[in-house]
Structure formats: structure tokens, C-alpha cells
Ligand binder design. Structure first.
Ligand code: HEM
Length: 507
């Protein structure tokens, strides 16, 4: 009896001491999932193994982080790793964090590593099996079907829409000259209108509808970060009981209703077109991505849910990323008068009549493109991307067990001083053709690279150039917000806690 009474606490103590000891080397956290080196050399010779802040591996390192503290935590981790890629161990799998172009290359070029990592799973209720998240056969066939919708000829037909939306925005800006202009209030509306009218072929008339959509997207991302920062929140049942589940459902309803209305409007137009009815829309019919999807639906290649997923994906990927880039580029132009003047010189050479400016002429704005690239380098709209090893794989001399998560930190790769000396300085000249010859091909990757690169990158650059050229021709951009006023936030898209402001003065 006595032995039984004493035995149980002793046994528990023994187990606890054993767990503590084993935890030191993470064995219980990854019993069958240790990363090894291919050549048998010590792991530390190939990658920095980051000690956790508690005994539970790295599981609790980001507990209760906010989007801004997560941003800082990631930068601190990269600094602690002293420029080396680093490993974290989580409850069920390791995470291989890549902050160097040299090792990112093998991942980008792999035809096997195309499945997204666990963080994207949290986006699934929002984006379903859309192009960003889907994998294998589904992704291959959709990517093949949608690529022609972003062909150069199609972009040419989108140019008129970009210019039309740009003229509308310039009128709005005209009313705000000489005062503080809040870029977060005006730019996202422009990019949302553009993506809806070009890729989806539907004009947004009701501005308030768009505003509600944007607020809901922001809230969805906030919940996502909340879940990323608490390992238990990855479990739906825990999220349902403890997390902001109801808020998430409400916001998902707003964004899904919004995209469903767009699809419905387009479906009606598509049916009328099939019946041969030509209306106002028919006259200026353009080859929109949504047309491709509706035609595929008519052929039985995609169902209604598939169309919804793609529309949600393109709206999300197409508007927020581009507006973030525009906001940062305008900010940097406001802070660098000399760069602004050089851009103005370049855009002044364009024809007076905006309607006649072609895609080729926009392509020739070489210095303006350098400015956009340098802004993307310093403030990438998408700061990190992820992949999963669906089976054990060898990457960069490391044997990564099945389910290893890979995070490629685009932000850190593009601030690597080996490829971009003085990386915190805004120097658009870095991207002049003569200065890029010897640069590592994967050192500048704001649109990712390889098979799963951004399908909309040419679309985005053209759209950004059209607006910047118009703003530069009409206004001088003066600084209001300074970089040191900003708190950066890590989400799927990079943001700042504060809105970015500039002042416009008529030229
Ligand atoms: C400055 C603007 C943009 C930036 C910086 C950007 C960046 C990226 C990045 C880094 C990825 C890879 C994501 C990952 O692997 O997780 C991506 C994928 C994607 N982007 Fe963009 N993007 C931009 C604009 C656009 C636009 C305008 C569209 C649509 C018109 C678009 C549609 C997509 C889609 C559908 C994917 C998924 C592609 C696939 O996996 O096959 N993006 N983008």
C-alpha cells in the first residue's frame, strides 16, 4: 500500500525529469522527425538550430505575438542566426527558415516542393482550393488554364481600364492637394477597382461595398496571425471554442458574398453573350480571367465552388499586394526628392495624350521600374512564403523529414548585405541593368520564383507604373510620414500599423 502511495508521485517525478532532459534536445517533440545532414556532418555546420524560449522546443516562442511583434521576432531571429538559415522545432514537425538566396534557389527550382505549408491551411476557409493554395494536379491544370488570361496581349487590353481608373483617382487626389493625403484611404480602392474590372470583368460602382470588403480582409488576416501565434489555435476545435471563430465567420461571409455578387453579375453577362445579346458590356468585352473560368464551367472542367475559390484568390492576391507596393513606392518618392525628379524626367518624355501611351512605352520607363523594384525589395508586399515536404526530401544537403515546414523569408533575403550592400538605404540604381549583372538570380524575389511564382507580376508592374506616371506628371509628392514613424506588421501581406501619409502639390 505504502509503496503504491509513494510510487505514483515518484513515477510522475521520474517521467517529468526524463521529459525535461529529453526536451533539451527536442527528442520528445520530434522523435521521428529530426533534421539530419546528408553527409553525416553536424547539423550546425549547415544550419543554425535556434534554441526555444521554453523547454518546449520553439512551440511557445511566438505565443501571443501581434502582427507587429511577429515582424520584430522574425527579424530578431534572422539577426540571431547571423545570416544563416535556421531551424525551429514545433510539436509535430521542424520548420526550415531560409533567409539566403543561395539556399532559396534549390527550393524555388524544385518541381517537388510545390505544396504550400501549414500556415496557408488557415486561409483555406477564405480561398478554398484557389491557385494560391491548391497543389499537384489541380494546381497544374488551373495554372495552365489561367496563364493565357495574363498574356501580354491581354495586358494590353487592360491598359485602358488602368488609365480610366487612374483618371478617376487623379480627380480624387486633385481635391486633396496641399493637405495631408492618407494613402491607405485612396490607393486600395484603385487597385480593387482595377482587379475587379480587368481580371473579373465587372465594374465596381458602389464604393462603400469595396470598403466593407477591404475591412473584412484585414480582419481575416488579423485572426490568421492570432492563430499562427498560438499552436493550439491551429486546431479547429480549439479555435472554435477559444478563438475569434464567430468574427471570422462574419468576415468570411462579407468577402464571400461580395465575390458571389461579382460572379453572379458576370454569369448573367456571360449568358447574354452566349445568347448573342450585345449590350453596353458586350461592346467593350475584354478577355477577363473570369470569362475563362465561366467557359471552363460550361465545358464541365470546373464547378461553381472552383470559380468562387479562384475569384476570391485573385481578388485577395491582386488588390492588396499591389496597393501595398504603391503605398510604399509613393512614400519613398516623397522621402527622396532627387529620385522623384529623375522619375519625372523620364515620364515627361511620354506623349502628352495619356490615352495614346502604349504598354511598350510604359515598359521603357526603366528608372521608374528601378524605383518600384527598390521599394519592393525594402518593403515586399508578401514578406514570406511557405512550402511543405510531403515526403522526406533532401534540400541543401539537409534531410528534411516528411511534413517539415519550409518558410522562405523574402524580406530577409532581399535585405542581405552580401547581395545588396547597405541594404537599409533606398538606392533604385541597384536595379539599373548594368548593376544587376553579377547579382545572384534569386536575391530579388518579391514575386517568388520558379513554378509557383506570381501569375500577376506583369499585370501589377504595369498597373503601378500607370498610376505613378500620372501622379508624377500632375503633382509634386512631399513627405509627411517618415520611416521611423512606422511600425511594420507581418501578415500574409506586409502592412504598417499607422496609415502612410504624403502631401501633394500641383505641378
Ligand atoms: C506588387 C504586387 C504583387 C506581389 C508583390 C505579389 C507577390 C506574390 C508572391 C510572392 C506570390 C507567391 C506566393 C506563395 O508562394 O505563397 C504570388 C502568387 C500569386 N499571385 Fe501575386 N503578387 C502581386 C500581384 C498580383 C496580382 C496583381 C495578381 C492577380 C492579378 C496576383 C495573383 C497571384 C496568384 C493567383 C498567385 C498564386 C500563383 C500560384 O501559386 O500559381 N498577384 N504573388
Amino acid at each position: 500500500m505504502l509503496i503504491a502511495l509513494l510510487g505514483t508521485p515518484l513515477l510522475l517525478l521520474g517521467v517529468w525529469l526524463l521529459l525535461k532532459r529529453l526536451n533539451r534536445t527536442y527528442f520528445i517533440l520530434s522523435l521521428t522527425r529530426r533534421v539530419r545532414t546528408e553527409d553525416g556532418s553536424p547539423l550546425e555546420s549547415k544550419v543554425a538550430v535556434m534554441p526555444g524560449t521554453t523547454r518546449f522546443g520553439n512551440n511557445l516562442d511566438v505565443l501571443n505575438c501581434t502582427p507587429s511583434s511577429l515582424f520584430n521576432f522574425l527579424r530578431d531571429s534572422a539577426a540571431k542566426a547571423q545570416g544563416r538559415n535556421f531551424l525551429w522545432y514545433f510539436l509535430f514537425a521542424p520548420m526550415y527558415n531560409v533567409i539566403r538566396a543561395e539556399e532559396a534557389e534549390e527550393i524555388f527550382q524544385s518541381t517537388k516542393l510545390i505544396t504550400k505549408n501549414v500556415i496557408y491551411e488557415l486561409l483555406r476557409p477564405f480561398l478554398g482550393e484557389g491557385l494560391l493554395i491548391s497543389t499537384d494536379q489541380k494546381w497544374h491544370s488551373r495554372r495552365k488554364a489561367l496563364t493565357p488570361a495574363f498574356h501580354f496581349n491581354v495586358l494590353q487590353s487592360f491598359l485602358a481600364i488602368f488609365k480610366e481608373e487612374c483618371n478617376k483617382l487623379i480627380k480624387v487626389l486633385d481635391k486633396k492637394v496641399d493637405g495631408e493625403l492618407d494613402l491607405n484611404q485612396v490607393i486600395p480602392q484603385f487597385t480593387l477597382n482595377n482587379i475587379c474590372e480587368t481580371a473579373l470583368g465587372v465594374k465596381l460602382d458602389d464604393m462603400s461595398e469595396g470598403n466593407q470588403y477591404r475591412r473584412a480582409i484585414h480582419a481575416i488576416e488579423e485572426v490568421l496571425i492570432q492563430r499562427v501565434c498560438n499552436p493550439l489555435m491551429f486546431y479547429n476545435w480549439y479555435f472554435f471554442l477559444i478563438g475569434d471563430y464567430r468574427k471570422q465567420v462574419q468576415n468570411l461571409r462579407i468577402v464571400h458574398d461580395f465575390s458571389s455578387r461579382i460572379i453572379e453579375r458576370k454569369r448573367q453577362q456571360f449568358k447574354r453573350k452566349q445568347l448573342g445579346v450585345v449590350d453596353d458590356f458586350g461592346k467593350k468585352q475584354r478577355y477577363a480571367m473570369l470569362d475563362t473560368l465561366l467557359a471552363a464551367e460550361a465545358d464541365g472542367q470546373i464547378d461553381h465552388q472552383g470559380i468562387c475559390d479562384e475569384v476570391n484568390t485573385f481578388m485577395f492576391e491582386g488588390y492588396d499586394t499591389t496597393s501595398t507596393c504603391l503605398i510604399f513606392t509613393l512614400l519613398m518618392l516623397s522621402l527622396h526628392k532627387d529620385v522623384q525628379e529623375r522619375c519625372l524626367e523620364e515620364v515627361s518624355a511620354l506623349p502628352e495624350d495619356t490615352d495614346s501611351i502604349s504598354v511598350f512605352q510604359f515598359n521603357e520607363l526603366v528608372f521608374l521600374e528601378c524605383v518600384i523594384k527598390e521599394s519592393l525589395r525594402m518593403f515586399p508586399s508578401v514578406p514570406f512564403i511557405g512550402r511543405t515536404c510531403v515526403e522526406e526530401c533532401v534540400v541543401n544537403g539537409l534531410i528534411l523529414p516528411k511534413d517539415t515546414q519550409i518558410s522562405i523569408h523574402i524580406y530577409d533575403i532581399m535585405r542581405d548585405p552580401r547581395h545588396f550592400p547597405n541594404p537599409n538605404a533606398f538606392q533604385p540604381e541597384r536595379f539599373l541593368p548594368e548593376n544587376t549583372v553579377d547579382r545572384h538570380p534569386f536575391a530579388f524575389v518579391p514575386f517568388s520564383a520558379g513554378q509557383r511564382n506570381c501569375i500577376g507580376q506583369k499585370f501589377a508592374i504595369l498597373e503601378i507604373k500607370v498610376l505613378l506616371a500620372a501622379v508624377l506628371r500632375n503633382f509634386r509628392i512631399l513627405p509627411v510620414t517618415r520611416l521611423e514613424d512606422l511600425t511594420f506588421e507581418n501578415g500574409i501581406v506586409m502592412r504598417t500599423q499607422q496609415n502612410v501619409k504624403v502631401k501633394l502639390v500641383r505641378r
